[in-house]
Design a protein around this ligand. Structure first.
Ligand SMILES: [Zn+2]
Ligand SMILES: [Zn+2]
Length: 263
């Protein structure tokens, strides 16, 4: 059995077909998924998915790329984070990839937003879901300054270097690999994945984006997460069932997911 540790079932591409996706998940032995929030406006829909289905869970947070949206305070995040079936704070982090003519100095609002999320996660005692792109130094620095090691979490959809992976692991974070791991041009990432201890690895789809090979370019859903596991198994020279078992138990432990089945 597999768990998709990061998907966006509340996005319009997927939300209309949740029942079909759930059937495909069952066929593919994907037993659970963590539905990730990207704006406070979206949170009620993310939370509803987790309330309506006992194998979906929710996070609460505002993605660094979300602009012109409600900017939550620590208190607001803590209030939402205390609701039933909310197991993580995020996705939050820094993204300097699309500066749209601005400088890194202009992105102070993103750094402040990240600080607010770490403070909320610490108050809640819940793990962080971190998104970082073209901003790893600042991301790591702020996580250190805010004491994120107190709660840990995951660097999701990891595409960074070995040094960034090592720094994240040292802070007690997990590393989550997406379908990017299966892309032909991702050899550097596969080299990093080989060296991340399996006990700290998670797998995810980040659906509806980033469908793994051989579905690249098509609509992604949590039912495709076994392709990520298969690639991780190939890289590490392990059986895919071992990857499934360990990443599943890592995800359950990190997010304190109560699943009824024993295996
Ligand atoms: Zn992300
Ligand atoms: Zn995401």
């Amino acid at each position: 059995m597999y768990i998709d540790s990061h998907c966006h079932l509340s996005f319009p591409e997927l939300t209309s077909q949740v029942e079909a996706i759930r059937a495909a998940m069952a066929t593919a032995r994907v037993e659970a998924a963590l539905c990730i929030c990207t704006t406070i406006e979206e949170f009620p829909r993310v939370h509803a998915l987790a309330q309506q289905h006992d194998n979906f869970w929710a996070s609460v947070g505002v993605h660094p790329d979300s602009e012109g949206v409600h900017e939550p305070t620590v208190e607001e995040l803590v209030t939402l984070g205390r609701l039933a079936r909310v197991v993580a704070v995020g996705e939050t982090g820094l993204d300097y990839y699309r500066l749209n003519g601005r400088s890194v100095a202009d992105m102070e609002w993103q750094r402040e937003r990240l600080r607010v999320h770490v403070r909320a996660a610490r108050q809640l005692g819940k793990p962080l879901v971190i998104h970082t792109r073209s901003a790893s130094e600042d991301t790591l620095r702020i996580l250190r300054e805010e004491g994120a090691d107190q709660v840990g979490g995951v660097f999701h959809c990891f595409t960074e270097t070995q040094q960034v992976a090592d720094a994240a692991l040292e802070m007690g974070f997990h590393i989550s690999f997406s379908g990017i791991l299966t892309f032909r041009n991702a050899q550097d990432l596969r080299d990093v994945a080989r060296r991340v201890p399996l006990e700290r690895c998670l797998i995810e789809t980040d659906s509806p984006y980033l469908a793994p090979m051989p579905h690249r370019g098509k609509l992604n859903t949590p039912a495709l997460v076994p392709h990520v596991a298969q690639e991780l198994a190939r890289i590490k020279g392990l059986d895919v069932e071992e990857i499934a078992k360990v990443t599943r138990s890592n995800t359950r432990r990190l997010f304190s997911l109560g699943l009824s089945t024993a295996e």
